[in-house]
Design a protein around this ligand. Structure first.
Ligand code: SAM
Length: 222
């Protein structure tokens, strides 16, 4: 079995056997290849909007003789699937705005989607808030250290739960786990926010207010 980076391995750990997965933005295809090797009953669509990226995936899939197991499709977001083809969406290595755009733009494609697994490192408050707003709750979350970067991977499942601002910002499950990476991530974030606050002019009132609110939350963890 091909070896995945710790980041993609954490994503793969949230995918279940016998699921019908779309790996959106598959790029090299390594996650899809790993999942096809790991689970004999999984169905996988590997898609990418970029033709060169998809060709890279196709080559890797051929090298591993998985052409009959992985369905490769060129296109944007959920455009490439019918709702009955998928019950799991995986999006890794993309910014939150793109991810939220993909999921919110094509809501009707999510009718049968039970699980959404996301790895993104930008604005996780916005990410959690928006995915929850389309009818999912946070089933699990994990932090993973890969090449000295702390990545967040979140598994959303269909259903409703209410969260407050602090939970959406820090991650309700990460807060409960409260492990050493969580502390390290928050310390780093606190330092960054203090620097940002020092550089924002008084005119940006709402942005300053948001940063101050987040600083207060992070300081309360100490
Ligand atoms: C940084 S790579 C991440 C690759 C892989 N998922 C990973 O985590 O290692 C992002 C990929 O997403 C693709 N992408 C960006 N926007 C997309 C969209 N709207 N639909 C499908 N693919 C997209 C890019 O072409 C690129 O190959």
């Amino acid at each position: 079995m091909n070896k995945l980076s710790p980041r993609l391995n954490a994503v793969a750990n949230f995918i279940e056997d016998s699921s019908k997965v779309i790996d959106i933005g598959c790029d090299h295809g390594l996650l899809s290849i790993y999942l096809a090797n790991k689970y004999s009953n999984i169905k996988i669509i590997a898609s990418d909007v970029n033709e060169n990226a998809l060709n890279c995936a196709i080559n890797n899939i051929k090298k591993t003789n998985l052409e009959n197991r992985i369905d490769v499709r060129l296109g944007k977001g959920l455009d490439v699937v019918d709702p009955n083809e998928i019950d799991t969406v995986v999006i890794a290595g993309m910014g939150t705005n793109t991810i939220v755009g993909i999921l919110k733009y094509d809501r009707d494609k999510l009718i049968n989607v039970k699980n959404i697994v996301i790895q993104s490192n930008t604005d996780l408050y916005f990410l959690r808030k928006n995915i929850i707003s389309i009818g999912y709750y946070i089933e699990d979350e994990v932090l993973i250290l890969d090449k000295n970067i702390i990545y967040t991977v979140i598994k959303f499942s269909k259903g409703k739960k209410k969260y407050n601002y602090k939970e959406l910002y820090l991650g309700p499950i990460l807060m409960k786990k409260n492990d050493s990476l969580f502390k390290r991530k928050n310390e780093k974030e606190l330092n960054n926010l203090k620097i940002i606050l020092g550089n924002i002019t008084n005119g940006h009132y709402l942005y300053r207010k948001k940063i101050k609110r987040n600083i207060k939350i992070l300081e309360s963890l100490k």
